[in-house]
Design a protein around this ligand. Structure first.
Ligand SMILES: C[S@@+](CC[C@H](N)C(=O)[O-])C[C@H]1O[C@@H](n2cnc3c(N)ncnc32)[C@H](O)[C@@H]1O
Ligand code: SF4
Length: 345
């Protein structure tokens, strides 16, 4: 067995730590972009050992997600039919965790604003579904790092996420160093319009922007706290001038009932949808919605057939109450149907 990600792709977390891929589960890696080059990382012990194990038809422990998919007879990420190589042809980068939003389902380590809020809640003695942890504000991008990453002649694709990639200081300079033949892909929250980035994107043959929109109108405003629907919609239409724009909802209990509205919006605006199922916390996972709500969800049949958890429903009620109080809002004013199913009065 082989995996193209272990041979031709470099993935970097918001804190600069190298990872084998975006779904690998290795424990903390000591290798960091601040200390070594992408080439040195791929030659280091962790990916080398993983390649050797795969060559011996064994899945490394960190690759359990691909292993599980293949055991279930489904295509794994490793098997995706996309061309990689020669050399390091693909970059999957988070230049930091700076973010202007506090999306309710996002991991606080991924958003500086969310992390600040979690610190405030911790100081108030609240419990968090994520547990409490210490994390810094990471912005490891420098023009020198950008130069090193961009000068690779084998580069075919750069995927940028975060944090919020549009907040990266110097993003336009990084893009300016890339050859126009490189495919540039973004995951963005769509709240920010940077004219320098916009102008730079005009040079590229292919730009793909996946807008992380979690509902239409106030559903999005509530889930993606800090965003404003009209601004997001304006930016979406503006970026369509230089990019193939698509929609990427993170499907969870707070937006699953609106999925038909979402599909209608996408169809009316000729936008492709790439569903992204929420990974954690379990209290927001659609499988754990109250049974009466699950009976009214038309999509995601597999998850609807899985057992729900009363404990996780209680956890949601408690956590959303804490967040709403802190933010000075009430879920009933944004998502009355969800509030009703959860008995939130
Ligand atoms: C962490 S964000 C970073 C990029 C950018 N800030 C954005 O929102 O698109 C990358 C993607 O992860 C998604 N995401 C956030 N929380 C998630 C969760 N708990 N499970 C799965 N995906 C999640 C976001 O909606 C977004 O599409
Ligand atoms: S915009 Fe992206 S990084 Fe920021 S909180 Fe939302 S999902 Fe997380």
């Amino acid at each position: 067995m082989k995996c193209k990600y272990l041979e031709h792709q470099v993935m970097i977390r918001p804190d600069g730590e190298f990872r084998m891929c975006c779904i690998s589960k290795e424990k903390t890696n000591k290798e960091n972009i601040n200390d070594m080059s992408p080439e040195e990382w791929l030659a280091s012990e962790t990916p080398t050992k993983a390649r050797e194990q795969l060559a011996n038809n064994q899945f490394p422990e960190a690759c359990q997600k691909c292993e599980l998919m293949e055991l279930a007879g489904k295509p794994s990420m490793r098997q995706r039919p996309r061309e990689y190589g020669p050399g390091i042809s693909h970059l999957d980068i988070r230049f930091g965790n700076q973010c202007n939003l506090r999306c309710t389902m996002c991991y606080p380590g991924s958003s500086s604003s969310l992390y600040e809020e979690h610190k405030e809640l911790r100081a108030k003695g609240q419990e968090s579904p994520w547990g409490w942890f210490d994390y810094g504000l990471y912005n490891w991008y420098t023009d020198e790092q950008g130069e090193t990453l961009a000068r690779n002649p084998n580069l075919r694709e750069v995927y940028l996420t975060g944090g919020e990639p549009m907040m990266v200081k110097g993003l336009n300079k990084f893009l300016g160093k890339l050859d126009p033949s490189v495919e540039v892909r973004f995951n963005t929250n769509g709240t920010l319009f940077n004219p320098k980035v916009f102008d730079e994107l005009k040079r590229f043959d292919r730009v793909n922007m996946n807008f992380s929109i979690d509902g239409i109108g106030k559903t999005n405003d509530y889930i993606r706290w800090g965003s404003d629907w009209d601004t997001v919609e304006y930016n979406l239409n503006k970026f369509r001038e230089v990019a193939d724009v698509s929609l990427g909802p993170t499907v969870q209990i707070m937006n699953v009932l609106d999925h038909d509205t979402y599909i209608e919006y996408a169809q009316a605006n000729d936008l492709e949808i790439f569903d992204n199922l929420l990974m954690t916390p379990d209290s927001l996972h659609i499988k754990n919605a109250p049974q009466a709500m699950k009976d009214n969800i038309k999509h995601f049949d597999y998850w609807m057939s899985q057992p729900t958890s009363i404990e996780k429903q209680d956890e949601f009620r408690k956590w959303i109450g804490v967040l709403d109080k802190h933010r000075g809002v009430n879920i009933k004013d944004y998502l009355p149907e969800v509030a009703g199913y959860y008995g939130i009065s």
